[in-house]
Design a protein around this ligand. Structure first.
Ligand SMILES: [Fe+2]
Ligand SMILES: [Fe+2]
Length: 131
């Protein structure tokens, strides 16, 4: 079973964001199925992808003066810091911690983040784009 199933929160109706979220879900699901060098490579890909994912959302927030951007950007920073700490543990051979992070924390975080902060951004983008 996939860690992140296709469901409502993957379809916010903003094509650029939905495409990034689909790629994020695919990477996490591939991580769950991999081990060894492949797991490490995919973890590095997830870090790079997440940086680009957050930067793309933050660009949209700035371009459209999204009122909730401070809180949203702070949360992105917190998550990147957390992911970096698990990347360091993985590099130190502590694979079990990185795997637990991917399996136990990332899917729940992603569901919650997309349903709240990303959803609020999508509502704002729909509103400004419709006028
Ligand atoms: Fe997102
Ligand atoms: Fe976000």
């Amino acid at each position: 079973m996939a860690l992140i199933e296709d469901c409502d929160y993957l379809h916010l109706g903003i094509p650029a964001i939905d495409a990034i979220h689909a790629e994020f879900a695919e990477l996490v699901n591939r991580l769950a199925q991999s081990d060894g060098v492949e797991f490490s490579d995919l973890f590095a890909q997830l870090m790079a992808h997440t940086r680009a994912h957050f930067a793309a959302e933050e660009d949209l927030m700035r371009q459209t003066s999204f009122p909730g951007r401070q809180e949203h950007i702070a949360e992105h920073g917190r998550v990147l810091g957390e992911m970096e700490r698990f990347a360091e543990r993985l590099a130190a051979g502590k694979t079990i911690f990185a795997r637990a992070y991917i399996e136990d924390r990332v899917p729940d975080w992603f569901a919650q983040h997309t349903r709240t902060l990303d959803y609020a951004l999508a509502v704002h983008l729909h509103r400004v784009q419709d006028h």
